[in-house]
Design a protein around this ligand. Structure first.
Ligand code: HEM
Length: 157
């Protein structure tokens, strides 16, 4: 029997072992590119702000639900504050560097009598805004999924 292994092979095995040891020590983040946050994949705060602007315009033009936003739309300062809160909330919920300082969803929508149909109409308007900016299907479904999780705090009717 011949157990002879060529020195080239030994060097190759040593090299492979060293790579394996280093990779193990460094951890998976160093070997595989870290997954980007949804925030980054959406295009950061500028892109989120553009989507929120478009979304709020669509809601304002949506006769199914715009009556909820009469007071908001009638006061530019209030409207700007509402948009800013939406941007911060989406930024934070998607892993961005913002801090949402508004009310929790239950408190914010208490007493409004929002129904399932109202909620779905609003999601449809957001979906249209995301489509307008050609947000990818994966990012779109991740964002809508994150917001969908808030439904039980918002819908009371
Ligand atoms: C996932 C869905 C929703 C999210 C993420 C959301 C988010 C928010 C946020 C962040 C605020 C501001 C809270 C604050 O002032 O501290 C807010 C307020 C409000 N939301 Fe929603 N909301 C959702 C669904 C809805 C729906 C379905 C309606 C009605 C159809 C609605 C109507 C309102 C109104 C009228 C206000 C008050 C705006 C103002 O203060 O001028 N929301 N919402």
């Amino acid at each position: 029997m011949n157990f002879h292994i060529g020195s080239k092979k030994i060097r190759a095995i040593r090299f492979a072992s060293a790579v394996l040891v280093l990779a193990t020590l460094a951890g998976p983040g160093a070997v595989f590119a870290k997954d980007k946050s949804l925030y980054d994949r959406l295009g950061g705060k500028k892109a989120i702000t553009a989507v929120v602007d478009e979304f709020v315009s669509r809601v304002a033009a949506d006769d199914r639900i715009n009556h909820f936003f009469k007071l908001t739309a009638s006061d530019p300062e209030r409207l700007a504050s509402f948009k800013g809160k939406l941007v911060d909330q989406i930024c934070q919920a998607t892993g961005g560097p913002c801090q949402y300082t508004g009310k929790d969803m239950k408190t914010a929508h208490a007493g409004m009598g929002i129904s399932d149909a109202d909620f779905n109409a609003l999601v449809e308007d957001l979906s249209g805004a995301l489509d307008k900016f050609k947000v990818g299907a994966k990012e779109k479904s991740e964002l809508l999924g994150a917001l969908g999780a808030m439904k039980s705090d918002i819908v009371t009717q």
